[in-house]
Design a protein around this ligand. Structure first.
Ligand code: SAM
Ligand code: SF4
Ligand code: SF4
Length: 367
């Protein structure tokens, strides 16, 4: 298994283009005409799980150097960047990681981000992706701070399968209790993400579907992706969404739903009997780069324009530089990056045009 991880401290950075002129007049679009709508913010590179597809234990062991606290963007810095992104068209913020609920004082950051507005005065859609391990304790506080909703990752209902996948022996009952706590706190609609790996948890597809039918929770099946450089991904470990869908539809017929927003990652289906909705995120077998409007901000402030990127743009240097930029200049620098963006890795996967450089790790730029 390849174990080459891009060391975070010297992850290579890309130059920032000069601030784009006329920011504010027109929200920027990239080289392929895609707007910037969705910002994912990684608030920590640490995690209490060691899912093999994300942070395999052999690589992220006790010798792994996580970022020191001074390297992390502070809450003021994150909020300032969120304001700049909102001025450029971002309408949705997703906090992620690592495990975002491990970041101390996360509730204060949420309260600060809840006050950010679009240029026409609307609050942003503020959400979070979590492994659910802390929700029993934290759900009510996150809601009170201003979080709108959340997504919980859960890869199976069978305790042995789930514990093998999180690789730290975390019991499934505690995640299910966390989901109930989030529902009780009003953090809905809740989504549950299940990464499907052939031969690992494919036997959990139907139990998961059965469990979340009629619950008001939307279960989404994610194809195992070749993110990062440490999980040893192989195509034969991917169970294509079409096959997952076929297995579910054989049990409970499905009817297609239209996308709820442009650039949505999941293909949505409804149970024909009124049992609710399921989604399929098929980055490997059905690339959806064509309308990808997502940017990612790493834990220490690098801007990545694709989940499969190797390099990011150092926005923290702009915030902490000797000659700090005005808000307009900061937004101009981000717009400059976005207008040069031509990423479409999933469409190029397997071709000579796809990057051959080691890709940045998912827990560092967020899912
Ligand atoms: N720790 C949080 C969690 O697990 O929800 C947030 C960060 S995690 C990196 C975000 C999402 O990425 C999770 O839903 C996880 O299952 C997914 N993910 C991580 N590695 C993946 C991979 N190789 N293929 C597909 N999804 C992956
Ligand atoms: Fe942690 Fe989430 Fe990665 Fe699992 S997927 S190791 S919970 S960051
Ligand atoms: Fe967006 Fe990159 Fe994923 Fe394509 S591969 S959908 S450009 S993040």
């Amino acid at each position: 298994m390849p174990t080459r991880v891009i060391p975070l401290q010297d992850a290579r950075t890309l130059p920032l283009a000069p601030p784009a002129a006329g920011v504010g007049a027109q929200p920027p679009t990239d080289v392929l005409g895609r707007p910037l709508r969705d910002l994912r913010i990684s608030v920590t590179d640490r995690c209490n799980f060691r899912c093999g597809y994300c942070m395999p234990k052999q690589v992220f062991d006790k010798h792994h150097q996580f970022l020191p606290h001074a390297e992390l963007l502070g809450f003021e810095e994150i909020t300032r960047l969120a304001r700049a992104f909102a001025s450029l068209g971002v309408e949705k913020l997703r906090l992620t990681g690592g495990e975002p609920t491990l970041r101390r004082g996360l509730e204060s950051l949420i309260a600060m981000l809840a006050a950010v507005r679009t240029p026409d005065g609307r609050p942003l859609d503020l959400t979070l992706t979590t492994n659910g391990s802390t929700l029993v304790k934290k759900a009510a506080g996150l809601r009170a701070a201003g979080l709108n909703r959340l997504t919980v990752s859960l890869d199976g209902l069978d305790d042995a399968v789930f514990q093998r996948m999180n690789d730290v022996g975390f019991p499934v009952a505690d995640v299910l209790a966390g989901i109930r706590a989030a529902q009780a706190a009003g953090l809905g609609p809740i989504k549950v993400n299940m990464v499907v790996q052939r031969g690992v948890n494919e036997n959990q597809i139907l139990p998961m579907a059965r469990h979340f039918r009629h619950s008001g929770i939307v279960l989404r099946f994610i194809e195992y992706m070749d993110v990062g450089s440490s999980n040893g991904w192989r195509m034969d470990q991917v169970l294509p969404s079409r096959e997952v869908q076929r297995r579910i539809a054989a049990e409970w017929p499905l009817t297609p739903l239209s996308a709820s927003a442009p650039g949505e990652t999941a293909e949505r289906w409804a149970y024909a009997d009124g049992g609710g909705e399921v989604g399929f995120i098929s980055s490997v077998t059905q690339a959806f780069c064509g309308d990808c409007n997502r940017a990612r901000l790493s834990t220490e402030g690098r801007l990545y324009t694709c989940l499969f990127a190797s390099r990011g743009h150092d926005l923290r240097a702009l915030l902490r530089g000797a000659a700090p930029l005005s808000d307009e200049q900061l937004a101009g620098a981000i717009a400059g990056v976005w207008t040069h963006r031509d990423d479409r890795y999933s469409q190029l996967r397997g071709t000579a045009a796809a990057t051959a450089e080691p890709r940045v790790e998912m827990h560092y730029i967020g899912g």
